[in-house]
Design a protein around this ligand. Structure first.
Ligand code: DHK
Length: 147
C-alpha cells in the first residue's frame, strides 16, 4: 500500500518568502511545498500540504491526519509556544509526528525556547532552514520503512 504524509504549516507561514527573510529565507510556501513533494516522491510517498492561520483548523487537520495518513510534519508557527490544544491533538495521534522549525528558535527570544509540542512529537528539527522539512520527510520515510 502506498504511504501518505501530511505537512501542516501554522500561522504566518503563508508569508514565507517575504516575511523576515533573514530568519525564514526567501523561498515561498509554494516553493517549499514543491520541494517537499519532490522529496517525498523520491521515497514513493505521497504528501498533502496545508497551511492555516487558525489554531482550531490545525487541531481539526491533525485529528483528520491521525486517521488518514501514515506520518505528519508540523510547523505550528507561534502556536508551538502557546497551544495546549495542538499539543493534545499531537499526543492523541498514533502515527509519527515530526516538529519542524525553520529558524533556530533557541537562538531567538526566550519565549520561543519552549515548545508545547516537542515532548509529544516523535522528533524535532530546528534551525536548518527549509531543509528541515526535507529531512523530516527522510526521517518519516525511514520510520515507515521500518514498520
Ligand atoms: C515559525 C514561526 O512562525 C515562529 O512563531 C516560531 C517558527 C518559529 C520557525 O522557525 O519556523 O517561533
Amino acid at each position: 500500500m502506498p504511504k501518505n504524509l501530511m505537512v501542516l504549516n501554522g500561522p504566518n507561514l503563508n508569508l514565507l518568502g517575504t516575511r523576515e527573510p533573514e530568519k525564514y529565507g526567501t523561498a515561498t510556501l509554494k516553493d517549499v511545498e514543491t520541494l517537499i513533494k519532490n522529496q517525498a516522491s523520491g521515497h514513493d510517498l505521497s504528501v498533502e500540504c496545508r497551511q492555516s492561520n487558525t489554531e482550531g483548523t490545525l487541531v481539526d487537520w491533525l485529528q483528520e491526519a491521525g486517521e488518514t495518513v501514515d506520518g505528519i510534519i508540523i510547523n505550528a508557527g507561534a502556536y508551538t509556544h502557546t497551544s495546549v490544544a495542538i499539543r493534545d491533538a499531537v499526543a492523541a495521534i498514533n502515527i509519527p509526528v515530526i516538529e519542524v522549525h525553520i529558524s533556530n528558535v533557541y537562538a531567538r527570544e526566550e519565549f520561543r525556547h519552549h515548545s508545547y509540542i516537542s515532548s509529544v512529537a516523535s522528533g524535532v528539527i530546528v534551525g536548518l532552514g527549509i531543509q528541515g522539512y526535507l529531512l523530516a520527510v527522510d526521517a518519516l520515510a525511514s520510520m515507515l520503512r521500518e514498520n
